[in-house]
Design a protein around this ligand. Sequence first.
Ligand code: NA7
Length: 865
Amino acid sequence: MATSGNGSAAVPAEVDVAVVGAGFSGLYMLYRLRELGFSAMAFDEAGDVGGTWYWNRYPGARCDIPTTDYAYSFDPRLEKDWTWSEKYATQPEILAYLRYVAGCYDLRRDIRFGTRIAAASWDEASRRWRLRTNHGGEVSCRYYIMASGCLSLPKTTDIPGVDRYRGEVYLTGRWPHEEVDFSGKRVAVVGTGSSGIQCIPVIAREAARLTVFQRTPNFSVPAHNGLPPPDRTAQLVADRDGYREAARWSRGGMPMELTDVSGLTASEDLRRQRFEDAWQAGELFAILGVFNDQGINPVSNELVAEMIREKIREIVSDPDTAEALCPKDHPFGTKRPCLDTSYFETFNLPHVRLVDLRRTPIVAVTDAGIDTVEESLEFDVIVFATGFDAMTGPLVSVAVTGAGGLTLKDKWEHGPATYLGLMTAGFPNFFMITGPQSPSVLSNMAVSIEQHVDWVADCLQRLRTEDLDRIEPTPLAEAGWVQHSQDCADITLYPRANSWYMGANVPGKPRVFLPYIGGVDAYRRACDEVAEQDFVGFRLDGPAASRCNDGVIRRLQPDVAIVLEFMASLGLPPMETMTVADARAFAAATAATLPPGPEVGEIADAVLPGPAGDLEYRLYRPPSSGPHPLIAYFHGGGWVLGSQDSDDPFCRDLCLRTGAAVISVNYRHAPDDRFPAAADDAFAAVQWIAANAAGLGGIPGQLTVAGWSAGASLAAITCQLARDAGGPDIARQLLLTPVTDCDLGRPSYSGNGEGFVLTAALMRWFWDHYADEAERAQPMASPLRGTLAGLPPAVVVTAEFDPLRDEGEAYAEALGAAGVPVRHIRARGHVHTSLTMVDVVISGAPVRAEMAEALGSFRSAPIQI
Ligand code: NA7
């Protein structure tokens, strides 16, 4: 092998694979590559292996995932020969472990230490990467893998005057190898993230005076460190393989039972008990999982947050200090919570003081200490625990130039775009281990690293077997993954915090959620499916052949997918195989288990006269004083099921979002009363509501007719009947995933006919119960076949994975063609039923908000009749 020198050890001129980093991921990557017979070389700026554990040597540095779980699982021998001494091992012990691993497999011989890869550029002609080291050496490689860690590039200290300071300065993320002596010294610590919270109690033991500069108080729970947790150790001893496999398929990378207790519905006793158990467990995933909805529901989250604040107030003696230490500006968990050993207790020591930078910001570092707006403080030592340019920082710190000359930094100017967090379009053969948009920092890193390394190693092996030498994600696949990753974050509270997860800690960094929050289990499934489906979303090239199975691996909204999985797990018989009575009972029982929806101003049940007897209705009034615009609403249920109860949460939501009084009218159902009974009832109800608008608290002339599914069909038909009859005046129509036509042959019927709750078979069952074949084509059953000119402005909502999607789209299009003002909202990733699942399918809320806004936008539109 030809080599070019680099100062210390020889650097080969050519390898199959170059790996950047010799921490947890780089070491395992090197091991796998070697095992597969690839020539590989790793590079690390550090003087030895360890990655983050090489640099972060500050006092008190420990992992915050139990070390039983924060370890490699790929070789049983390693597991047998290494025993952790504590629940959360110290940095020296973890570093010793990584050194031991490197020694076990003689990995150091293929690692060049003290060597940073400064630049990397793709050469399309040779289909190779050319890397340049900080020593000026060059390496050519087929595959280039960044195993450079997520928290490895310390943030540049952004406080003025740092260079002027004449005392000792330390950065937690670049701690010196020599012992730092704090005894008798006046010490300042700036920053109260995990690093600050870990080092503050330890430094306080030695320092003469310790001043902590806190910008944002952080949630922290006691680690209760000690011996490795006996329950986890016992499980490992009993069934090591089973335990590790459970970790691989868990939500966070550690076996953990997920709770079904909601903070909203749990009793006060249960809430307290679950919180206390988590507080005593001293595990991050325990405190993050007190309630199943604390990550998505602000009320549930606040319950946990307040119980932590109560603990802080109990621990810290001085009430002002306690209050300043209580986090209040972000929901719990949305910034990385910390595990501590006596952190809050430290503020009870007479020589420790907290400076609240929210009240008295730092002006500058001076030659002798730190000036705040209120005082000048002198220090012998300043410790900056100010964090990292997380996740993307280490990747773009190398000048990476892809195919076509685009740099990674430029490509990611507005935020990272990756496919599975593994690769990025335009940068062939460039892999990232735990890259952005993978679970990484939200998971047990050891598990996520092994999963990524294994995926990449298996991929390279397959490419070699199939005589391929170039792999690159397609723009479509990448855009789909970025969207999915964003969708996952959007249903949580995480985007509300100014966290490093959001890139918000680095001035000028784009504010986007960086990791994948859908779970280690869901993520692993997606990666496996991509590989199983012939690398869907990747373009593969070789000397002899090229291929591309383009596509998007996850298109459903993440919460819709969870609902579908849950329903599938129940193994229920299809509704169309039930009797009508059973189907009705089942639908009503299901509706009763759902959250009630938001509080409105007032709810009243009453009846109105219908053509064949009284029709029940429920009136929802907004909290504001009336009169209000009115919405006559017809529930869904295929003309067979449903009532004013079934759509109650949706009507409450509609009432609040639109500020209108909603009148949800029940109507006669099939098969007892077949076509056109339901349509007759709907029209009669709207006539009555219009005639009684003032008495109902409505604004005359401000009547919207609305409905969902079959109810939306009734709404559409009512608008046509009202136009033909010369009244009543209808100002707007809102059609949510409407039935508009009896033709069941449209593509959405075949594409979405199974597996998305409303099936093609069920829809046939509904039609059969409702109308004879001969009647179905009449506009009073299929409004798409009616005359559409002169109808009220319409908001039409269609769902991507709905068998009814295409007929809804056709109606919106036909309305537009007939000159009717239309707002067509396409609910991406939704199914027929998901938009009405208030407080269950969180991703439906923005669609309902858009729907309400669209209705409002027609408010000034002229009335059509
Ligand atoms: P973090 O969690 O980013 O914490 C950094 C802390 O430093 C945080 O409290 C910051 O306050 C504070 N900070 C940053 N810049 C400043 C300036 N200019 N002035 C005052 N205070 C500042 O980093 P860590 O190293 O503690 O932990 C990183 C991860 O490593 C951790 O989550 C674990 O996963 C392991 P802010 O919150 O930005 O107001």
